[in-house]
Design a protein around this ligand. Structure first.
Ligand SMILES: *Cc1c(COP(=O)(O)O)cnc(C)c1O
Length: 390
């Protein structure tokens, strides 16, 4: 069986993924079972997606109930879950309007379109440049690749969408210089660079950037695709930094496992789109939205305190441990700089029944927000041993 699935996949699936030899069959809580019955503790949650783990009762009820009622309508008609989710997201962030998409890249596409339309309508069509940070990651479409400040993602796909310019985090001079050309429409950041190696931005820089954007009417887009929805111990990571973005994009953990993305538009951009300016066939799908409502409703103070408690446990267990050179991140978004190559650590963890991720040269952990604390202890114990080479 196992050989068959892997063989068929290798033959028929485009070669973009170098998968690990695990065929996942079922999951419960934070444990995945493969087709041989081997169990793995999931410390990656499908790259920060399965926020409440697997077979989560409330999410399942919401999703199955909505699928049985009506699974899709297109955006020609109204459905309840879409409106409810948008209302919750606005109330909890202070944003004014939501556009729903199906992925992080699409949420960012919408954020970029909104910022460009705002700036060009107000200041003329030369004001279209979006500044992003070096070492950032914003998605795989040609436009979000252009936004991504890592050259190696660009190489095979030129020409990319024009109008993007990247600068180093902390380098306000570079940003001021760019702004002096009169072309700067927006700045887009991740508060913690995820794919870039779990690198939190310096709070002073973020505050300075926020003040700069406000003073110059430059739209501040915060990409919360990975950092959002409780991941860092606050509902959104920007809330740790005391700023208010003009646009928030999010996806990954929002849906708890179904594809959904959202661009949240603040006061400046709330009315930027008119009929036909943007759209999506699947965006706001009622099943995905019903699942997301069940997730976002439960990300309350108690849950977030639990995220912080689990985070402190991981930080204190791994910081200074043999073979661990450093631990970075916030909440349950954690990067571990290991003495051994990260890929080797991940491979060995899998053979010992723990699924971890990598980000650049780090081992990355993004466990479910409600991971059972006993299960977490077991996983951290195994990771610790593997790091030490035991
Ligand atoms: C994963 C990610 C994206 C892309 O999301 P997709 O759903 O894969 O399109 C964009 N930005 C950040 C910060 C991400 O981590």
């Amino acid at each position: 069986m196992k050989a068959d699935i892997i063989k068929t996949d290798k033959k028929y699936i485009a070669g973009t993924y170098n998968r690990f030899p695990v065929v996942a069959v079922s999951g419960k809580g934070s444990v995945i079972t493969d087709e041989n019955g081997k169990k793995y503790i999931d410390m990656g949650s499908g790259i920060g997606v399965t926020s409440f783990g697997f077979s989560d009762k409330k999410w399942l009820e919401a999703v199955c109930g909505q699928a049985a009622a009506i699974q899709h309508t297109s955006n020609l008609y109204y459905t309840g879950p879409c409106a409810t989710l948008a209302k919750i997201l606005c109330r909890r962030t202070g944003m004014k309007k939501v556009f729903f998409a199906n992925s992080g890249a699409e949420a960012n596409e919408c954020a970029i379109k909104a910022a460009r339309k705002y700036a060009s309508t107000k200041y003329g069509e030369n004001r279209y440049v979006i500044a992003t940070l070096n070492n950032s990651f914003h998605g795989r479409t040609l436009t979000t690749l252009a936004a991504t400040g890592q050259e190696h993602y660009h190489e095979l796909y030129r020409p990319l969408t024009p109008g993007f310019s990247s600068f180093d985090a902390g380098d306000m001079k570079a940003l001021e210089k760019l702004n002096s050309t009169g072309t700067l429409a927006a700045v887009m950041i991740e508060c913690i660079q995820g794919e870039g190696g779990v690198v939190p931005l310096d709070p002073d820089f973020v505050k300075e950037l926020y003040a700069f954007c406000q003073a110059n009417d430059v739209i501040l887009i915060v990409d919360e695709v990975q950092t959002g929805n409780g991941r860092t111990g606050e509902l959104y990571a920007y809330m740790n930094y005391g700023i208010t973005p003009d646009i928030i994009s999010t996806a990954k953990g929002l849906g708890g496992g179904l594809p959904i993305g959202a661009a949240l538009l603040g006061e400046k951009c709330e009315n930027v789109f008119s009929f036909g300016d943007h759209g999506s066939t699947f965006g706001g799908n009622p099943v995905a939205c019903a699942g997301a409502v069940s997730i976002i409703k439960r990300i309350d103070r108690k849950l977030l305190d639990g995220v912080k408690r689990r985070s402190e446990y991981i930080f204190s267990s791994l910081s200074g441990a043999p073979g661990v050179e450093g631990v970075s991140g916030m909440g349950l978004m954690i990067g571990i700089k290991t003495s051994r190559p990260a890929a080797e650590v991940v491979k060995e963890c899998i053979s010992r029944g723990v699924l971890c991720l990598t980000a650049k040269d780090r081992v990355r952990l993004l466990p479910a927000l409600n991971i059972n604390e006993k299960t977490l202890k077991k996983a951290v114990g195994i990771i610790k041993k593997v790091c030490a080479g035991e």
